[in-house]
Design a protein around this ligand. Structure first.
Ligand code: 5GP
Ligand code: SF4
Ligand code: MG
Length: 460
């Protein structure tokens, strides 16, 4: 999911949030929503669809206020329905709260039970709503906004980057492992105004300047007095999702002081070093495979050319919830360039193979278009384990690399050769401490323990 928050009295906060969400659209295409606060009054609009489908000028005009939070949804828990769209708005003793969540809790079974015992009226099926209820519960028992939120966060296990609107200000929060990203930006002026976004591309679009990341286990509270920071977790550690870097986040977003485009090019360099093969051209699977393909070309000397053209108006195939939709989505999306491919030995680079369905189709497409050899290179290691923290990599039995060796996968995809980047190569390219990432979908080493019953739902 994508989350956005802004505290900027005097500005059109709904419009700024709209543009922020627009830039974060790649993080979720199922539903979109904005909540604004005008004093104690909350205004909310949310619906299924893309940001540009859910909002228009007149809807935005009906969302006045001095602060706002917004969300674009990508469903991993809870069904794909309008009631599950966010922000989730609840009433508390101190007024309304509007919560937007990116990530996935792993202790939802227990949390749901506790909340139901306390007679919470859960209306949706999402873990996000449970967080909102846990905050409301603490506040109704006497806590203030900060205490109430922190008490609730201690009951949550898993991944949560949150933006929360209240009548008094906006909160930005990351879980103790900082699995999902969240950045702080500033809008110039007197006083300076603060913005929160999942990625820096959500700041760029409104002309906000990147200040810093919200730290793992940190809560920032943005009010008329400015920005205050609270380190609420006793055991914070850096476990940013490495999949954000190799695939999920936008290439123009900056993490660790460089664009992910540069990082992904370096993955391509490393991939060429590890698994060079001679060929006439190399290209990436649009869009996610392109930076690594350029890197592969630079490091190997194999000419870069476009072999596939993408219709950019079709959503990411894997975000659509059913297998049937996924398969038809692929056909709508990529078209081969026959005159570029005919008679050529080609290297096709992609960021990952999950189920293998896209890749197998693509190889077939390339051969039909005249490619004489098809070599596939993947800029991350084999995905062998499911994600429980908010990326929809499906259950383990759906993952092609969970049960098959690289040679077996090559055979199934009908490629002439297949190589994945090594785990070490992927981490080395980050130029950060290798311990500061979650890479559980490649290793099975989950930084937040997965309760048994949840494990059983996805691990075979
Ligand atoms: P596959 O061959 O596994 O069907 O699809 C691989 C493609 O899906 C790659 O181009 C990759 O960009 C994209 N992809 C990346 N991350 C994910 C993910 O988390 N889930 C799924 N299903 N596909 C993803
Ligand atoms: Fe990211 Fe994989 Fe960890 Fe999930 S399991 S948070 S996709 S690195
Ligand atoms: Mg892709």
């Amino acid at each position: 999911c994508g989350v956005f928050g802004i505290y900027a009295p005097g500005e059109n906060v709904a419009k700024l949030t709209y543009f922020g969400l627009y830039a974060l659209q790649h993080r979720g295409q199922e539903s979109a929503g904005i909540a604004t606060f005008e004093g104690t009054q909350v205004h909310l609009h949310k619906d299924m669809g893309l940001v540009s489908q859910v909002f228009n000028e007149s809807i935005l005009d009906q969302l006045p206020g001095s602060l706002a939070v917004g969300h674009t949804r990508y469903s991993t828990t809870g069904s794909s329905r309008k009631v599950n769209a966010q922000p989730a708005v609840l009433e508390t003793r101190l007024g309304s709260l509007a919560l937007a969540h990116n990530g996935n809790l792993v202790n939802t079974v227990q949390l749901r039970q506790e909340l139901l015992e306390n007679k919470c009226n859960l209306v949706t099926t999402t873990d996000s709503e449970m967080i909102a209820f846990a905050i409301a519960e603490a506040i109704n028992a006497g806590a203030d906004w900060l205490e109430g939120a922190i008490q609730a966060f201690h009951r949550c296990q898993g991944a949560f980057s949150l933006v929360i609107g209240t009548p008094n200000g906006v909160m930005g929060v990351r879980d103790p492992n900082g699995i999902r990203p969240l950045v702080i930006g500033t809008l110039a002026g007197n006083p300076v105004r603060y913005v929160l976004a999942s990625e820096t591309c959500g700041l760029d679009i409104i002309g906000a300047e990147y200040l810093r990341d919200v730290e793992p286990g940190e809560l920032v509270w943005i009010t008329e007095e400015g920005l205050a920071s609270y380190h609420w977790s006793q055991q914070p550690q850096r476990k940013l999702c490495i999949f954000e870097m190799i695939y999920f986040a936008r290439p123009d977003s900056v993490m660790h002081n460089e664009s992910l485009y540069s990082y992904r090019m370096r993955l391509g360099h490393q991939l060429a070093k590890e698994s060079f093969v001679d060929a006439d051209i190399v290209f990436g699977v649009p869009d996610s495979g392109i930076p690594a393909a350029i890197g592969f070309s630079q490091a190997s000397g194999v000419a870069y050319a476009e072999g596939l053209i993408k219709n950019r108006y079709v959503g990411r195939t894997f975000i659509q919830p059913t297998q049937t939709m996924r398969e038809s989505g692929i056909r709508m999306k990529l078209n081969p360039l026959k005159d570029v491919l005919a008679g050529k030995r080609v290297i096709i680079v992609d960021d990952s193979i999950v189920r293998g369905t896209t890749s197998r189709k693509l190889v077939k497409t390339l051969r039909e278009a005249g490619a004489v050899e098809v070599h596939m290179r993947i800029s991350s290691p084999p995905v062998t384990h499911p994600c429980f923290y908010g990326i929809d990599t499906d259950s383990q039995d759906q993952l092609i690399a969970a049960t098959k060796s690289v040679a077996e996968i090559a055979k199934q995809l009908e490629v002439d050769s297949l190589a994945y980047l090594s785990w070490e190569g992927m981490l080395e390219a980050t130029r950060e401490d290798t311990n500061s990432f979650c890479s559980a979908c490649f290793t099975g080493d989950y930084p937040v323990a997965i309760p048994e019953q949840v494990k059983r739902s996805k691990l075979s």
